[in-house]
Design a protein around this ligand. Structure first.
Ligand code: FMN
Length: 287
């Protein structure tokens, strides 16, 4: 008998022994009264084990699908912030209108040696090698750590002419970190739109950051004043178009001052020196 066949038959023998033992154990368990301590414990144990295996399997098996859904959702949000999204559209095809670039936030230059399709700015913000802590006195958006590189999305028309710049932004509201996108016109100052794709504020209060009617108030607002400071902010009450400085103000969310302050702060942070200002200064060359 060859070594291989010997090993196989030994394995088969062992398997038979184990099967017999498992069957005996199962029969003994079945014969116990339902309210016995051992049976209760055994049922609870096996139930937990089977559930854990099913959940773990589902988590692992569904991960690629989840990742794909997340990527598609991100694309949909980016299309939405520039007003290009329509239900039922081919998101992947429409998203091809964007050129994705990685930007060195400190120097404000494009970085060519990082693949923009795989670079994850949110993940990088948690990686000590790819991020730096934000000093408390400057951390107005409570981001804690700031990635060294950012992903920006440049919307171009068929002639290659720039139509919009989409910037990822995030910051703390009342209950949660709100993650979103801000879209600017090619002047790097006029707002096209804003949206938040991940936030945990109270529905109906701070959660109104996702309300299309409120988001529509942002269109045409200016981020920077004449001195180049990011001054766009939310203010209580209704902003009248004729009031002085109205172009830098958006209505705050009713009953949600803390979320509103969070939005103002994240705009000030990400459009400031710690955020995209060095990039926008260079890119637009006039701020
Ligand atoms: C259950 C509950 C949920 C709340 N959710 C929010 C919220 O998401 N965002 C927020 O700014 N304020 C929220 N608030 C209100 C704040 O506690 C605080 O009163 C409010 O921000 C003050 O804003 P106001 O001056 O506009 O009322 C919530 C309050 C309660 C009781």
């Amino acid at each position: 008998m060859s070594e291989n066949t010997q090993a196989t038959s030994q394995l088969a023998e062992k398997w038979q022994v184990w099967r017999a033992k498992a069957e005996a154990y199962y029969q003994r368990l079945l014969s116990l009264p339902n309210d016995s301590f051992e049976k209760t414990l055994a049922v609870a144990f096996w139930l937990c084990l089977i559930c854990a295996v099913v959940v773990s399997f589902a988590a692992v098996a569904l991960k690629p699908l989840q990742e794909a859904n997340k990527a598609a959702d991100m694309k949909r949000n980016i299309l939405e912030v520039v007003g290009l999204y329509e239900p039922g559209m081919d998101v992947d095809a429409a998203f091809k209108q964007f050129e994705i670039k990685v930007v060195d936030l400190k120097r404000g230059d494009f970085v060519e040696d990082i693949d923009p399709n795989t670079y994850d700015m949110r993940k990088a913000a948690r990686d000590p090698k790819l991020s730096a802590p934000v000093p408390k006195e400057r951390d107005i958006a409570q981001v804690k750590r700031k990635p060294k590189y950012a992903t920006v999305y440049l919307l171009k028309d068929e002639n290659g002419e720039l139509k919009a710049i989409v910037l990822p932004v995030w910051g703390y509201g009342l209950w949660s970190t709100m993650y979103g996108f801000l879209a600017l016109e090619p002047d790097c100052n006029t707002v096209i739109g804003i949206n938040f794709y991940d936030q945990g504020e109270t529905p109906g209060l701070g959660g109104e950051v996702v309300n299309p009617a409120w988001r529509a108030l942002w269109k045409g607002k200016k981020v920077y004043d004449e001195s180049g400071q990011p001054v766009l902010r939310l203010v209580k009450g209704n902003v009248s178009p004729d009031q002085p400085g109205a172009e830098y103000m958006v209505d705050a969310l009713a009953g949600a001052t803390l979320t509103s302050n969070g939005v103002s702060n994240l705009i000030r942070f990400w459009l400031g020196e710690d955020g995209y200002k060095p990039f926008l200064d260079k890119f637009c060359g006039k701020l």
